[in-house]
Design a protein around this ligand. Structure first.
Ligand SMILES: Cc1cc2nc3c(=O)[nH]c(=O)nc-3n(C[C@H](O)[C@H](O)[C@H](O)COP(=O)(O)O)c2cc1C
Ligand code: SF4
Length: 457
């Protein structure tokens, strides 16, 4: 691995040369036309190959319904021109919310979600033409270890103990883990939420299994006894049974997606997709078997992510220039971090066959991201190019690429991690740099509140 560096490239040739010098297999195409390709997802079609990745704002109303900030975010995302909007983490139970203002869809607020989906559809066609009808997928989640439904104290719900992660959420080694009965009942909550999402007008739901939230940690629960732990068959049981139950409730035409961690960068017996001796070495056997299992059970759409954004290696999830507070500078070049994410997507897409896979890890590449996305689409390494932080910073990037052929470097995300810092400080998040009028004051307020809590407890 090479030394970490901040982004400093002025031309496509320069970044290509650096990628070659680092011996990565990153490719950059000059022909961006693959990004305009429609993509078939289940029985529906996305109008182009751009996807907004799920980006939570921690800013819903207390009952989980969309606030003004949420409405603003999805209106901007929709107007931006992407073919697919993958909506943020939306809790299926109160105790599984990641914060007091995390999104949650209930029978009492389904009408508010329906209005926002309509507003977003209108914003998409107003800005991009009447024929532009992006797909809307809602990410369903249980935050598990990272649940914090009330106030500022963690309220972890874990499927197994983990000596590295337990102390970080204040969990004692003898605290109870969730029962098999809890997980059996939880399947019904996913079904309920999926039915509500369909009622609200979404095109589909994602059974979130990434970033070490509950379902992601279940995939790695080697030490858990009983029906949901130990063997691969048992560790994937919850996801498999939930997929079957949701499919039987929603029918064949509603999209079911899965965003899952292909690689946890966490040691055995607590990590998924990692070599048992070397946690930094990817072991594809189980992730590929998982893809096969999901495809055999009728998944329509996949997105692979990796890593644990709450731990000390967030570059595995999102390559960055500057880290959030308390996070060490990675001992790898961000181009190597991007290449690792692209390689995972390439392998997952090969295993998934005709099931489309959304790639991620592009924001660090700034204005050169569409060139990497187009290269990955052209050689079949993914079906969508997904943009996370870039969507906060520069929601119109897809439209600029599709209509003008480039991204404006002055509008790109600079991967400064300030949006992550707001989350860590328990504030409402967005782009502090490119959407500064709104989010710079929210950043300062969340920082001051967090410092006050640290000082006064
Ligand atoms: C502030 C913030 C919120 C995020 N929220 C979610 C989320 O709700 N669900 C999810 O799967 N990923 C979430 N992510 C991860 C992104 O979807 C994405 O995988 C990651 O940022 C890498 O993509 P990028 O390099 O384009 O930003 C979040 C990331 C950030 C920085
Ligand atoms: S605050 Fe803005 S510029 Fe900084 S990482 Fe987040 S989206 Fe990018």
């Amino acid at each position: 691995m090479a030394a970490h560096e901040r982004f400093h490239y002025q031309s496509l040739e320069e970044i290509q040369a650096q990628a070659r010098a680092l011996h990565t297999d990153l490719n950059f195409a000059s022909d961006l036309s693959p990004l305009a390709r429609p993509v078939k997802v289940g029985s529906k079609t996305a109008p182009n190959s751009f996807a907004v990745l799920p980006m939570e704002g921690c800013d819903s109303n207390p009952d989980g319904s969309p606030s003004e900030l949420v409405t603003r975010r999805y209106t901007r995302f929709a107007a931006g021109g992407s073919g697919l909007l993958w909506w943020e983490a939306c809790a299926v139970t109160d105790e599984g919310r990641a914060n007091e203002l995390s999104m949650m869809l209930t029978k009492d607020n389904v009408g508010a979600f329906a209005r926002l989906v309509d507003t977003a559809r209108k914003a998409a066609s107003d800005a991009n033409g009447a024929d532009h009808k992006p797909l809307h997928i809602l990410q369903l989640t249980h935050s598990g270890r990272y649940s914090r439904p009330v106030g500022h104290s963690p309220a972890p719900i874990v499927p197994q103990h983990d000596p590295i992660l337990d102390p970080r959420v204040g969990l004692s080694p003898d605290a109870p883990v969730i029962t098999d009965g809890y997980l059996d009942d939880l399947i019904g909550k996913y079904v309920q939420s999926a039915l509500l999402a369909r009622e609200a007008g979404f095109d589909g739901v994602d059974l979130k299994a990434c970033h070490r939230y509950l379902v992601s940690e279940l995939l790695a629960s080697h030490t858990r006894p009983g029906r949901y732990g130990g063997s691969f068959e048992n560790r994937t049981r919850f996801l498999r049974e939930t997929l079957k139950a949701v499919r039987s409730a929603v029918g064949p035409d509603f999209i079911i997606a899965c965003r899952f961690n292909v690689f946890d960068a966490h040691p055995y017996p607590y990590g998924f997709g990692c070599d048992h001796q070397d946690m930094w070495k990817f072991d594809p056997a189980e992730p590929m078997a998982l893809v096969k299992m999901l495809c055999e059970n009728g998944i329509d759409l996949l997105s692979n992510s990796a890593g644990n954004p709450y731990y000390i290696y967030p570059q595995v999830t999102r390559p960055f220039d500057l880290s959030s507070m308390g996070i060490p500078t990675p001992e790898e070049h961000p181009l190597e971090s991007c290449a690792r994410l692209f390689d995972f997507t390439r392998q997952i897409q090969a295993a998934a066959g005709s099931v489309p896979v959304v790639g991620n890890g592009y924001s660090w590449l700034r204005q050169f991201a569409p060139h990497a996305g187009a290269a990955n689409l052209a050689d079949g390494s993914c079906a969508f190019m997904g943009l996370g932080r870039s969507s906060f910073a520069y929601p119109d990037a897809p439209r600029d690429v599709l209509t003008r052929g480039f991204m404006d470097p002055g509008k790109c995300c600079i991967t400064c991690s300030k949006c992550t810092q707001i989350m860590r400080d328990h504030g409402r998040t967005g782009c502090v740099v490119r959407d500064a009028d709104l989010y710079a004051p929210l950043y300062r307020q969340a920082r001051a509140d967090a410092q006050r809590r640290e000082t006064h407890g």
